[in-house]
Design a protein around this ligand. Structure first.
Ligand code: ARG
Length: 502
C-alpha cells in the first residue's frame, strides 16, 4: 500500500485520527495544522449546507460497497444505520460541525466514528472528497433548481392573475421610454410571463445537466475497486453518470449554468422592477403599491417608496457578480480538482437564496398592485399614439407606406403647432390631409387600435386572451415536473423501513 512506503520495518502503523493530526489526511504529517491554516482552509462554515446531501450520498455509496462485496454486508449495514442516525441528529439540530472538521465530509465521518468506531473508516473506500463534494453539490443544486422553478411558476401565476383581472385595461406601449402605440396591460404583463417561461426552460436545462452522478471518479483517476456506479446513480435519483473521471471531479458547468439561469431571472425581475418604480411615480401615476408592500421615509411623512422593486433591481448586481466570480475562478484551472474550486459554493448559495427571496416577495407585491386604469387608458391614446394607425389606413388603401408615414408625420407636426389632437380634427380637416381620409378613418380610441392589431403575438384582446390561456396551460406542465422531482427527492430521505426521520 502506498501509504506504508518508507515505513521502518517492524514499526506499527497507527491509523487512528489522532496520529499527526485529526485530519482525514493527517497520516503523512508530523506537525498539527497551524490554526491559521485551519481557519483559512476550512469550508465547513458554508458547506454545512450540503450535509443532508453528503449523508445521503454516503448511504448510497456504502450500500453499493456492501452489494459489491467491497466491504462486509454487516459493516455496510452498520455504517448505513449510523449515517441515518447522523441525518436524524442533523434534522433534530443536535449535531454540530466545528472548524476543526475542515469540511462537511470530514465532520460527518467524525460523528460516524464516534457512533460506531473504526469501522466508520471503511466508508471512504473507493471514494475521494473530490467526487464526494461534486456529488453533494450536484444533489443540492438539483433541489435548489426545483425550488427556483416553483418560485418562477408562482410568479408567473401572479402576473397571469393580474392580467386576467384586467382584460381590457389599456396603457401606452413604449419605445425609448416615449409613448409609442396603445397596448393592453395584460399584453405587457404577458411579456414577463414569456420571459419567465424561458427562465423555467433554462432552469430545467441546468437541472438536466446537473442530474449526473460524479461519484466513482475517485480523486481524479477512478478506483481499483469493483464499484457499480449505475446503481449508486439510481439510488440517488441521478439520471446518469459522468463519462470521464477527470471531468467528473473538475466540472462545475452545472454551477455556472445555475448561476447564469439565476442571472437572467434577476435581469427579468430587474426590468419589471424598473417599470413598477416608474409606474408608481407621480409622473406616471399608473399604479399604487399596496401599503403592505411599500415603505416610508424617516423624514418625509408623505413618502411611499417602492423598496421591494428597488431591491429587486439592485440584487441583480450581486447575482451577476456570483456568476462572474465563478467564471473567473474556473478560468485557467488545470485538470482535475484544485482547491480553488472550494470557492464554487458560496456564490451559488448566495444566488439561489437571493432568487428565492425575490420570488417569494414579488408575487404578492404584483398581485396587490392597484392600477389607475383611467389614467393609463388616456395616456394610451395621448401624444399621437394612434399615428401609426392613421398611416396604416392610407397604406391599406393603396398609398405606399413610406408616403403614408410622411403624410401623417406632417399632420402630427401641424396638430402640435395648432395645439390640437387627432380627436379635435373635423371631417373636413381629415379630408384635406389626404383624400383617403374622406372615406376611411383611423380608430381614435385605444381599444379600437389594439383590436386592429390582430396578429399572433399581437395586442388584440382575443390574441392576448389566447396567449394567457396557453401560458396557463404550459404552467400546468411545469407543475407536474416539479411534483415528480419533489417526490424523487423526498423519497431519498426516507429510511428503507419507512420510519420518518424526525
Ligand atoms: N471542501 C472541499 C471543496 O469544497 C472538498 C474537497 C476537498 N478535496 C481536496 N482534495 N482537498 O472543494
Amino acid at each position: 500500500m502506498g501509504r506504508q512506503q518508507g515505513m521502518p520495518t517492524g514499526a506499527k502503523p497507527d491509523w487512528s485520527a489522532q496520529s499527526g493530526s485529526a485530519k482525514a489526511w493527517g497520516g503523512r504529517f508530523s506537525a498539527s495544522p497551524d490554526s491559521r491554516l485551519e481557519a483559512f482552509n476550512a469550508s465547513v462554515s458554508f458547506d454545512v449546507r450540503l450535509i443532508r446531501e453528503d449523508i445521503r450520498g454516503s448511504i448510497a455509496h456504502v450500500r453499493m460497497l456492501g452489494r459489491q462485496g467491497i466491504i462486509e454486508t454487516s459493516e455496510a449495514d452498520s455504517i448505513e444505520e449510523a449515517l441515518w442516525t447522523v441525518l436524524y441528529e442533523v434534522d433534530a439540530g443536535s449535531f454540530r460541525l466545528t472548524v476543526a472538521d475542515e469540511d462537511v465530509h470530514t465532520g460527518v465521518e467524525r460523528r460516524l466514528r464516534a457512533l460506531i468506531g473504526d469501522v466508520a473508516g471503511k466508508l471512504h473506500t473507493a471514494r475521494s472528497r473530490n467526487d464526494q463534494v461534486a456529488t453533494d453539490f450536484r444533489l443540492w443544486t438539483k433541489g435548489a433548481l426545483v425550488e427556483i422553478c416553483t418560485g418562477l411558476v408562482r410568479m408567473s401565476d401572479a402576473l397571469l392573475d393580474v392580467a386576467r383581472r384586467h382584460p381590457d385595461v389599456l396603457m401606452p406601449g413604449y419605445t425609448h421610454l416615449q409613448r409609442a402605440q396603445p397596448i393592453l396591460l395584460a399584453h405587457h404583463l404577458h411579456a414577463y410571463v414569456e420571459m419567465l417561461a424561458r427562465d423555467i426552460d433554462r432552469v430545467r436545462e441546468a437541472h438536466r445537466r446537473t442530474d449526473v452522478l460524479a461519484l466513482g471518479s475517485g480523486a481524479l483517476a477512478g478506483t481499483s475497486f469493483p464499484i457499480d456506479r449505475e446503481s449508486v446513480a439510481a439510488d440517488l435519483g441521478f439520471a446518469g453518470i459522468t463519462s470521464n473521471s477527470l471531468d467528473g471531479v473538475a466540472d462545475r458547468d452545472f454551477a455556472l449554468d445555475t448561476l447564469y439561469a439565476c442571472s437572467v431571472i434577476a435581469i427579468h425581475l430587474s426590468r419589471l422592477s424598473e417599470e413598477i418604480i416608474l409606474w408608481s411615480s407621480a409622473e406616471f401615476g399608473f399604479v399604487r403599491l399596496n401599503d403592505a408592500f411599500a415603505t416610508g421615509s424617516s423624514i418625509m411623512p408623505q413618502k411611499k417608496n417602492p423598496d421591494i422593486a428597488e431591491l429587486g433591481r439592485g440584487k441583480s448586481g450581486r447575482i451577476i457578480g456570483d456568476l462572474v466570480g465563478l467564471l473567473t475562478t474556473l478560468k485557467g484551472l488545470p485538470l482535475a480538482y484544485n482547491k480553488d474550486m472550494q470557492e464554487d459554493k458560496e456564490g451559488v448559495f448566495d444566488a439561489v437564496d437571493t432568487i428565492l427571496a425575490l420570488l417569494d416577495v414579488f408575487p404578492p407585491m404584483v398581485e396587490t398592485l392597484a392600477f389607475d386604469t383611467e389614467r393609463m387608458a388616456s395616456a394610451a391614446v395621448a401624444d399621437f399614439s394612434l399615428a401609426t394607425d392613421a398611416a396604416d389606413v392610407l397604406a391599406r388603401h393603396g398609398v405606399p407606406f413610406r408616403e403614408a408615414h410622411a403624410v401623417v408625420g406632417r399632420l402630427v407636426a401641424q396638430c402640435i403647432a395648432d395645439g390640437r389632437s387627432f380627436a379635435d380634427l373635423a371631417d373636413a380637416d381629415w379630408a384635406a390631409i389626404h383624400p383617403v381620409f374622406a372615406e376611411h378613418r383611423p380608430p381614435l380610441d385605444g381599444l379600437g387600435s389594439v383590436t386592429l392589431r390582430d396578429v399572433p403575438g399581437g395586442p388584440a384582446p382575443r390574441r392576448v386572451r389566447s396567449a394567457l390561456a396557453a401560458a396557463t396551460e404550459a404552467l400546468a406542465g411545469q407543475r407536474a415536473w416539479i411534483e415528480r422531482e419533489r417526490l424523487k427527492t423526498d423519497a431519498l430521505f426516507v429510511r428503507p423501513d419507512g420510519t420518518p426521520l424526525s
